[in-house]
Design a protein around this ligand. Sequence first.
Ligand SMILES: Nc1ncnc2c1ncn2[C@@H]1O[C@H](COP(=O)(O)OP(=O)(O)OP(=O)(O)O)[C@@H](O)[C@H]1O
Length: 293
Amino acid sequence: MLSARELTKVYNGTPVVYNVSFDLQPGTVTAFLGPNGAGKSTTLRMLTGLTRPTHGQSWFAGRHYTAWPNPAHVAGVLLDASATHPGRTGRSHLRNTAILAGVPTSRVDEVLNEVGLADAGGKKIGKYSLGMRQRLGLAQALLTRPPVLILDEPINGLDPEGIRSIRTLLRNHAAAGGTVLLSSHVLSEVDQTADRVLMIGNGQIVADGPLRELVSSQQSVARGPDSARLAQVLRDAGIGVQPTPDGAVFANATPERVSDVAFKAGVQIHNITEYQQSLEEIFFRLAGGQQRR
Ligand SMILES: Nc1ncnc2c1ncn2[C@@H]1O[C@H](COP(=O)(O)OP(=O)(O)OP(=O)(O)O)[C@@H](O)[C@H]1O
């Protein structure tokens, strides 16, 4: 299990990460979501010992990352995909990393294959596209077959096929009992990948929960033969309503409440569904309104 307690980082008197706590369980993919500058990278750097917290602690299976004799075997980390020598080939970069981590070099071709770089292993990293560098960073993180993956924006720069293959890879890692924490500032990137979302805004966790719970709303979209009458009876019951462009009624109440009110007023409803908030809407509701400390 990966745990963080009250992780806080203060730069020049300003907290850029404040009181961030979570526990991540094996078998799960967690997305760490927030806009640019929200504090995602700083948190990941604190977890992996690259930045010293001003306050708070974190543990991988009971010990801080850097307290493990060979941390690369505890967690595979991708923090900055550009931190590689451009004159080396992808394969030679991974071979060096494998030797340092005590991994047989036969693993290098395996992992190049896993991330879809089998044909590019002999090419100089300087000639790699951003997406290829992301894949190489991921290959490096996977080299030791670590139980935990900590990935900063791993999907950034990938084409749709790349996104699909990384999603599958991360889901498979979790299905095999691994723990994945990936950051992103693009909500749609993680909506088919993550079981759980930790949203961070201005350095603080603003939401934490399964994706399904975060997207559920207390709002409905109802359709009936007489939308104007339906809207009127809902309004009379104190429910905020709005017509939708396609002739339905958007109501600020659960489908159960809307159905009850309409039934009592004798107004027909043909179809009613809970309104599904997009991740963008949730994010801006929760994080967008936060004031900087
Ligand atoms: N070494 C540093 N010194 C001073 N301020 C820093 C330092 N590192 C990060 N910051 C500031 O901390 C805040 C959080 O940055 P961080 O990189 O953690 O955000 P992020 O959510 O990862 O954003 P991005 O998606 O842009 O990488 C930003 O305002 C950033 O300018």
